[in-house]
Design a protein around this ligand. Structure first.
Ligand SMILES: Cc1cc2nc3c(=O)[nH]c(=O)nc-3n(C[C@H](O)[C@H](O)[C@H](O)COP(=O)(O)O)c2cc1C
Ligand SMILES: Nc1ncnc2c1ncn2[C@@H]1O[C@H](COP(=O)(O)OP(=O)(O)O)[C@@H](O)[C@H]1O
Length: 311
């Protein structure tokens, strides 16, 4: 077995289960990914296998071109979306640099089939893999046939004549166009994080806020105020109105804060992990002449948020 394969083996848990494996990076877990992941779930049910996704620890384009691509989601949010929305049980996270050095045939026959028990694989129409990207959908289908492994290649998904893609959705999120992003994602944009301590001004001002952070490498949406919903560990949720930005009224720094005022809620959330969903941008971030003016505007935004979700 190649050195690269050995290295990858150590990073993941191996077991004897039969698997149907989706191949891709899946940033955003958008509707195009959904077509592929739904097929995995259906095939897994037919074959009595575990629905699984294979992904990399680093984004392929950032490794190939050297340009850093800010991602839609953290790896943990990606895995969580795949599980919640499409029933993917296990996510295999492989080391991208090692994968780049592996022969495409070895990737399929040794890595996916022998090591991970693949009985069926599902890939997108443009999936390239292995050394120099020599593996492609046509070669994958041919080799799977030889090995007696099932293979589906999923055509691209379009909406309004636009290909659903992570690249397009990144531009929408960067511009704060959350409603349109939701149409292409098939779900609201999410951020999961642990609640940390802030400056404690919120409670004094009459609107306590949970403080979250976009992890390094994850795209920061356009600064401004958003209609959001916060999900707690027990599966319950509440509307919240959230600012993303540098808070020019109270702060001169350039650290980006994510602060949500949860409607009709009181309680201590410090240290808890919550998931925030972004629905709509209400306004840009502004420097207010006084804290009272800021407070009045936040209360107005809270009412707009309440209306958005209806009675
Ligand atoms: C819905 C909402 C909108 C906000 N809008 C602005 C804004 O436009 N400009 C600004 O400087 N700060 C804004 N803030 C940030 C507040 O200044 C900040 O939440 C408050 O000072 C509390 O800070 P703390 O959590 O560190 O105690 C907003 C906060 C919320 C919750
Ligand atoms: N309605 C609410 N929305 C957000 N956080 C709340 C709410 N009620 C209570 N909290 C708690 O209050 C904390 C925020 O208080 P705040 O005075 O803004 O302090 P901080 O500056 O540390 O965020 C939150 O982390 C949470 O534990």
């Amino acid at each position: 077995m190649s050195g690269a394969t050995e290295k990858i083996k150590r990073g993941i848990s191996l077991n004897e289960r039969k698997r149907v494996i989706a191949l891709g990076f899946f940033d955003g877990v958008h509707k195009g990914h959904g077509a592929l992941l739904s097929r995995v779930r259906d095939r897994a049910e037919e074959l009595g296998a575990a629905p699984t996704a294979f992904t990399f620890d680093a984004h392929p384009s950032s490794r190939i071109t050297g340009a850093v691509t800010p991602l839609i989601n953290s790896a943990a949010d990606r895995a969580d979306l795949m599980r919640r929305l499409y029933g993917i049980q296990d996510v295999i996270v492989a080391h991208f640099d090692s994968m780049m050095r592996m022969d495409w045939r070895a990737f399929v026959a040794e890595y996916l089939v022998q090591e991970h028990g693949a009985v069926h694989v599902v890939a997108g129409h443009d999936f390239h893999f292995g050394y120099k990207g020599e593996g492609n959908p046509q070669r994958l289908e041919g080799l799977c046939r030889e090995l007696g492994v099932g293979c589906d290649i999923i055509p691209k998904v379009e909406r309004e004549g636009i290909t659903v893609s992570s690249t397009y959705i990144r531009t929408l999120i960067a511009q704060g166009e959350m409603e349109r992003a939701m149409e292409f994602l098939g779900h609201p944009h999410v951020l999961t994080d642990r609640v940390t301590h802030g400056k404690k001004l919120g409670t004094t001002l009459g609107f306590p806020t949970v403080n979250l952070r976009f992890p390094e490498g994850v795209l920061v949406p356009a600064h401004g105020v958003y209609v959001t919903r916060v999900w707690f560990g027990d599966g319950s949720s509440r509307p919240a109105v959230t600012n993303i930005g540098v808070r020019p009224t109270v702060d001169d720094g350039n650290r980006v804060n994510v602060e949500g005022y949860i409607l009709d809620f009181s309680g201590d959330l410090y240290g808890q992990t919550i998931r925030m969903e972004f629905y709509k941008k209400l306004r840009g971030e502004r420097k207010f002449p006084s804290l009272e003016a800021l407070r009045a505007e936040v209360m107005k935004n809270a009412e707009e948020t309440r209306k958005y979700f209806g009675p």
